[in-house]
Design a protein around this ligand. Structure first.
Ligand code: A2P
Length: 334
C-alpha cells in the first residue's frame, strides 16, 4: 500500500489516542499525520512514531490533501465535518453513531462484512463497541446454524464514556471509601460500586423503553450481518470497570449446535479467542482483554431452557476492537 495522508479527529480523546497507537503498532503506512481536536486542545502536542505533532483545531477546510480521516469526536462533530472531508476526496472512517444506519454508509466489521466497504461513498461507519464484539462471535455461528434470536445483556466499561467519565469514577471511588457523598456530573447515578442500566448517560431512552445504546445493538447487528430476520433484544448496563466490555449472550438457532461444535467453530473464527475451561476457572475477563485486539469468548454451553439454544460470555477491549482497532482494520482494507 502506498503511504497515506491520515488525520485523526478527536486525537486527544481516549479512542483517538488508541487510534494513534494502533496506526503505530500495526505499521500502517502513513505519509503524514494530522491531529485534530476542539479549541480546548489548541497548543497541545502529541507524539507519533517519535515525532512531536501539534494538535490543530478542527475546521471545514482541515481535510485538504488528507486521504483517510479517522473520526472519534462525537456524533455532532461527525455529522457536521465528515461530509466536508468526503467532499475533499478524503475517506472518513467514523466512530460515532451519526452515519451508522444511513443506507448509503457501509457499517463494517472486517471479520464479518469486509466486502461492504466496496460501496462506500466517502464515509464508512465503525459500529458501536458492544455490537462489534457481539457480531464477531455471532457471524460464524450464524453461518453454521442460522441464528433466529439473540438476547444480550452488557456489562460496559466506563472508558466507553470518555476521559471525564473515568475521572468521575476515580473521584467517586475515593469519596465512597472516605465516607463522603459521591458527586455525579457525567453519570445520572454513582458509578462507583454500582451498575447503571442506562447507556448513554443522557437522553438515553427511546419511545419503546429501550435506550439508544440498546437500539444500536439491535439495528446495527442486523445491518452488519446483512440479515433483517434475526431478532435481537438488548439490555445495556454501565459497570465500574475501567476498560473491557463483557456480554452475556443467549442465542436461539434454526439448527441445533452443540456446545462442543460451537467451541470448534469459534476456535477457527477470525479475531476470536476461545477461553473456555470452567474446571480451571478459565473464561474471558475484562481485565485480561484490556489492551488486546481479539474478542474473547467462553462459558459456552447449551441453554437448558430450549432445544436449540446456546449461552456465551463475550469480552473485548471497547477502545480497541470496539473502536480504534476496528477503524484501523477498515483503513487497512481500504
Ligand atoms: P478536546 O480534547 O479538544 O475536547 P473523549 O470521548 O475521550 O472525551 O474524547 C473526545 C474527543 O473529541 C477529544 O479529542 C475532543 O477534543 C474531541 N472533540 C469533542 N468535541 C469536539 C469538537 N466540537 N470539535 C473537535 N473535536 C472535538
Amino acid at each position: 500500500m502506498t503511504p497515506k495522508v491520515v488525520a485523526i479527529v478527536g486525537a486527544t480523546g481516549l479512542v483517538g489516542n488508541r487510534m494513534l497507537q494502533m496506526l503505530e503498532e500495526r505499521d500502517f503506512p502513513v505519509k503524514s499525520i494530522k491531529f485534530l481536536a476542539s479549541e480546548r486542545s489548541r497548543g497541545k502536542t502529541l507524539t507519533f512514531r517519535g515525532e512531536t505533532v501539534e494538535v490543530e483545531v478542527l475546521a471545514e477546510d482541515s481535510f485538504k490533501g488528507v486521504e483517510i480521516a479517522l473520526f472519534s469526536a462525537g456524533g455532532g462533530t461527525s455529522k457536521k465535518f465528515a461530509p466536508c472531508a468526503a467532499k475533499d476526496g478524503c475517506v472518513v472512517i467514523d466512530n460515532s453513531s451519526a452515519w451508522r444506519m444511513d443506507p448509503d454508509v457501509p457499517l463494517v466489521v472486517p471479520e464479518v462484512n469486509a466486502d461492504d466497504i466496496k460501496w462506500h461513498k466517502g464515509i464508512i461507519a465503525n459500529p458501536n463497541c458492544s455490537t462489534i464484539q457481539l457480531v464477531v462471535v455471532l457471524k460464524p455461528i450464524h453461518d453454521a446454524a442460522k441464528i433466529e434470536r439473540v438476547v444480550v445483556s452488557t456489562y460496559q466499561a466506563v472508558s466507553g464514556a470518555g476521559i471525564k467519565a473515568l475521572q468521575e469514577m476515580r473521584d467517586q471511588i475515593i469519596a465512597v471509601l472516605e465516607n463522603r457523598e459521591p458527586v455525579c456530573k457525567i453519570f445520572p447515578h454513582p458509578i462507583a460500586f454500582n451498575c447503571i442500566p442506562q447507556i448513554p448517560q443522557s437522553d438515553a431512552f427511546t419511545a419503546n423503553g429501550y435506550t439508544s445504546e440498546e437500539m444500536k445493538m439491535v439495528d446495527e447487528t442486523k445491518k452488519i450481518m446483512g440479515d433483517e430476520s434475526i431478532r435481537v433484544t438488548a439490555t445495556t448496563v454501565r459497570v465500574p470497570v475501567h476498560t473491557g466490555h463483557s456480554e452475556s449472550v443467549n442465542i436461539e438457532t434454526q439448527h441445533k449446535l452443540t456446545a462442543a461444535k460451537a467451541r470448534e467453530i469459534l476456535s477457527l473464527a477470525p479475531g476470536v479467542v476461545v477461553l473456555d475451561d470452567p474446571a480451571n476457572q478459565i473464561y474471558p475477563l475484562a481485565c485480561d482483554a484490556a489492551g488486546k485486539g481479539e474478542t474473547f469468548v467462553g462459558r459456552i454451553r447449551e441453554d437448558i431452557s430450549q432445544s436449540r439454544g446456546l449461552d456465551l460470555w463475550i469480552v473485548a477491549d471497547n477502545l480497541l476492537k470496539g473502536a480504534a482497532l476496528n477503524a484501523v482494520q477498515i483503513a487497512e482494507l481500504l
